[in-house]
Design a protein around this ligand. Sequence first.
Ligand code: ZN
Length: 492
Amino acid sequence: MRIVTGTFSHETNTFSNIPTTLEEFAKQGIGHGDEIAQRFRGTNSIEAAFIDASEHFGFEIIWTVYGSAIPGGLVSRDAYEYFSGHLLEGIQAAGAIDGILLHLHGAMVTDDLDDGEGHVLEAIRRVVGPDLPIVTTLDLHANLTPRIIQNCNALTGYDTYPHVDVYDRAYEAAEILVKIIRGELRPAMALQRAPLITPLQSQVTTHDTPMKRVIDLVHRLEDNPQVVSIAAFGGFPFSDIEPAGFSCVVVTNSNPALADQLAKQVADAALAERENWIVHPTPPEEAVRRAMAAERGPVILADIADSGAGGTAGDATVTFKTLLDLGARNAAVCSICDQEAIDICLQAGVGAEVHLLVGGKRDRLHGDPVSITGKVRLIHEGSFVRSGPQNRGVTQTVGRCVVVEIGGRGGIELMLTEHRAHPNDLQYFRAFGIEPTERQMLVLKSAAHYRAAFDPIAAETIEVDAPGITSPRLENYPYENLRRPIYPLDEV
Ligand SMILES: [Zn+2]
């Protein structure tokens, strides 16, 4: 059995002015051929699951290309053509194959395409013909389109957010593909969308949220022996495209009517909870005062509107500025992405006092630049090995990292990074000499992915209502292309 695989993953925030070029993919490491296996073997990743499944089920993997960039603005035409081109060439060069197994995201928007994954799948289908089985994994934040399900045979989606089950869902996708190839399974797939767009915080599955209740329903429905897999997609709301929002895909074993019925049942359950998806973050001043008054730390101040993992500039300043204004101490901030400030610190060197204007430079949506004076405490090349529940063992880079200490020892440690960081692992602090459990408060620029690693150490978690293009206040976004009517923008 010979199976071709490839990775092309991006979550596109169409409100971002940072183009996702080939260079953005290169920052996270582009892979070709067998080097992809070498990089991911033994890690808690999708690619490692494909490797393990190949050994268990006895198939050969033909690796094509790996590309995954930090969420940001529109994927450039060049980048799209590079990865889709390498995928297609790899498939054509592989000779006789039995199936295709993909790692896609489902929320990619390019310069010209609202439905990046749908077009990738369509192009592959055109090349391989109607009979070769294609199975893909998708992210829980995928915005599903008919084109996606019309051009693959089955798919799996994550059941968790933070996404701690990517390995399991990828292994499941490989198993489904093997069963199709062996003739043990004839998938029938149905897609149902709900007229619902939801913020990321109520899609979290670490505690009782609407998404958690939907996933619990999915698991009960999956007990039906005719069901192969059900994926509920919370969707990625920061994308002004027609399909953004909640959807469900059901895969059954040759039972299209059941697939339709269950997909509708899940979509209806999500819509029935419509008011519960709305979240109520805390104003910055109130949040910081509460963190300062807390009996013990660390209090997590989640800067949810500036989530690097959601495509923001990573240089929002309002929460950080509130720490300064209120005189917060024993605080660490991860991070502000600011090349200009980093360059000044590199010039000055470790131990030097620096005057900087940090953050708020990429656009007018994330607060103003803030003037600070501090001491360069650390300069680091910026890579580390992840140790938490997400992608454990995978090497991560934030570009070069500088820690600036403001207000002397015990003041505020501001991390400056070259790349947009999305702190979802304790190593985002520990690798840079900051022990997160010893701080009174930690500012994390993350919508929700921080929870897998930081909930276990948090004394309290506060979602801060600061400006930014991953703010959960969906009524404030200038949507023009989104399907309507859709809740909560319209009554449905
Ligand atoms: Zn996601």
